[in-house]
Ligand binder design. Sequence first.
Ligand code: CP
Length: 326
Amino acid sequence: MQTNLRGRDFIGDLDFSKEEVEQVLELAWDLKRKHASGESHALLRDKTLAMLFFFSSTRTRGSFEAGMAQLGGHAAFIESRTTQISHGDTEKELGAIYGRYFDGIAIRHVDWDIGNRYLNLVAEASRVPVLNMQCEIYHPHQCLADLMTIMEHKGRDLRGKKIVVSWAYASSYLKPISVPQSLILQMPRFGMDVVLAHPPEFPLMPEIIKQAQEQARAHNTAFDIVDSMEAGFEDADVVYAKSWGPLLTTTDPDAGKQLQDKYQDWITDDNKMSLAKDDAIFMHPLPADRDIEVTNAVLDGPQSVVIDEAENRLHAQKAVMALTMS
Ligand code: CP
């Protein structure tokens, strides 16, 4: 497949044009078919990927690592605390030196006001692509898998379909805002009408909202913000309800928890799902706080596509790696 993606970083969702995202998805479906039928697809034979983690992961690590092996290459899992970063290695050393060892550098760094800048500084110093495994602003590979999953369930033409991206209560920790931000940036480009639902203390970044509104205008789709789950779920084709921290209001974990605790009724249950279309799908990137963010009945129920969504991380990321690192 001929594309202009070779050597390109993928840090923000809009780094790839809509047409480039379509090319990624075409290859992802081809690789998914080949994986299912056992057909070899070693597009990155002898290539290596550094996976640098500053934060825990189940799906992201597993899918990037399995994906590189299936493409004929190797992924090195590097936990940041086991490196010399705390002893002086800066983004410059990481980018320049790992850029000489590896064919790609993937990074997860979700620390507020630090992660995205870290990725961009590594990218400046690196001669190989930098892939965002989640920062505090974007989770672009999750969003590609989400788009792929929505198309598999709702068809390739998503014009007129409504997605609600809703805040949900969680008691575990202040989760990053990167998933909802990536969704509201990417989905309008594929024709979806977006409704963002959250309590007043849980806004997303104003510059991301502005960009999402611009995308909606450019693609002639709707973009609305509401302050109740019920209003958001009304007639939705896709319910994407997850928690995020009130990070624009406070980054203090205790103050944030107090704010979260005000909204314990923001849980996706069968009653709220009944407000959406009868054939609506429920999405969540996982991990979810079970019976707190979403009931077990919904998460494990017939409308839930969360396992398909997690599987598609593998296929979407293999396509991005093959196109940027070959
Ligand atoms: N959805 C997601 O990124 O999962 P992990 O945090 O387990 O990688």
